[in-house]
Design a protein around this ligand. Structure first.
Ligand SMILES: [Cu+2]
Length: 87
């Protein structure tokens, strides 16, 4: 199992609910302020100008999966990426 921290930066003007498949994550901080309550999540709203730090553990599910904005119009316009999990 491998643990990674990701920084999600919203430089736009709208909220974006970031969603990742397969492995859950915990929100560590928002704009440097520690998150008061940690829970396993698969989605976090990133507000305009916000920098959200998440920590995720890649368990033993090798293969390709996706992450994307959970607003369908945004996803359809390209706010989606693929992720390759290796064993
Ligand atoms: Cu969005």
């Amino acid at each position: 199992m491998k643990t990674e921290e990701w920084i999600l930066l919203n430089s736009g003007v709208m909220d974006h609910p970031f969603h990742v498949h397969v492995n859950p994550f915990q929100v560590i901080s928002r704009n440097g302020t520690p998150e008061p309550f940690r829970a396993w999540k698969d989605t976090v709203v990133v507000r305009p100008g916000e920098e959200v730090r998440i920590r995720t553990a890649f368990r033993n599910f090798p293969g390709r999966t996706v992450y994307h904005c959970h607003i369908l119009d945004h996803e359809e316009l390209g706010m989606m990426g693929t992720l390759e999990i290796s064993a």
